[in-house]
Design a protein around this ligand. Sequence first.
Ligand code: NAP
Length: 373
Amino acid sequence: MASNQPLPETHRALILTSRAYGPEIKTIPTPQPGPGNAIVRIEAANIISYSKHIYSGTRPYPLPVPLVIGTSAIGRIATTGPDAVSLKPGQLIFVDSFVRGRDDEDAAFLFGVHEGHSEESKILMRGEWRDATYAEYAKVPLENCYPLNEDLLVNKLGYGIAEDLQDLSRLLVPYGGLRDINLQPGETIIIAPATGAFGSAAVKCALAIGARVIALGRNLDALKPLASKSSNPARVETVQLTGDVQTDLKVLQVFGRIDAYLDISPPAAANSTHFKSCILSLRKGGRVSFMGGLNDEITIPIKAVVSRDLQLRGKWMYERKDVRDLIRMVEMGLLKLGGQKVDKFKLGEWEAAFDRAAEYAGSGGEKAAVIVP
Ligand SMILES: NC(=O)c1ccc[n+]([C@@H]2O[C@H](COP(=O)([O-])OP(=O)(O)OC[C@H]3O[C@@H](n4cnc5c(N)ncnc54)[C@H](OP(=O)(O)O)[C@@H]3O)[C@@H](O)[C@H]2O)c1
């Protein structure tokens, strides 16, 4: 491995100063290494399908300005701080956007996206970890740099960095919920809605865990490929929502014992009837992972929850162990990457990139847009 290389004095970054004007490219001083961090050369950074709404404020995620925006990414270690003991310059890594306080793991925020839900998490994002990955270089907490076995993943399995490895970010989100409800091989789980970026990732992860999936959604054309193009079509059932609780419940009951349900609804789905039909379809002791970004309250069929010993859990993102486990599943070939159409955009093309990501929402994860600084 190479030794720490001198960094350029300046680098290019996508900076949001005001949500009214949107991000702009600026040349700014390159971040410097220090205790607890690594400076990472960003190779490919993900784009959330609703990024343009986050950074224009129409989806008003709390974040401090100015900041370098961005999210999870694949990068290479450029230089490490003095307390790095294993990360080496040149090493390929996954940059995890879920940053936690070192002295308080509960203080967590999303790098470049959302300053979290507590005063403590705001301290982290407003201060030391303000600048994220839509840049040539990013300063990343050491513990958010997850080594990737490049020889295996790239040279032997043939995965491209921007084409395939960037998808770890999308897969990790629902994997966190599936692990949190302890989904087991042989179990049956409902994923709803299953046709979005994260819902389709949940289908993939649940199959890799060894479960049978009932994929729910409004759009039959988007649901069909979730089964036909999956790693195991025989373990995927698709159900088109009608909007009538009893009708949808009857269809779900045809599949027999249902052990679990993962929900990853967008805010627009707050009034959907599927929450009720899915909960009502669960067997005694069934588990629910609520991961949707709902701003409104939903009605829970409490009688069924109580009488059937149902367990309802919420999950924001995932645990550190989940990141390591998911990478291992990919390295072992249990979870296959690839098959996505990935459009790459330079930093200066951010507007087209955000539009493309929005256009690809609902593609069942078949299409993605990434930033390659
Ligand atoms: N808990 C966490 O850690 C976490 C992390 C990231 C994101 N999230 C949440 O996950 C949500 C989904 O993200 P995404 O990127 O997958 O979004 P997306 O790609 O835009 O997909 C949205 C999905 O919701 C469905 N949908 C939209 N409106 C609906 C409605 N009124 N009723 C029923 N279904 C509806 C869409 O299906 P159609 O084909 O029917 O339109 C599609 O399947 C986000 O909004 C975010 O809040 C949570």
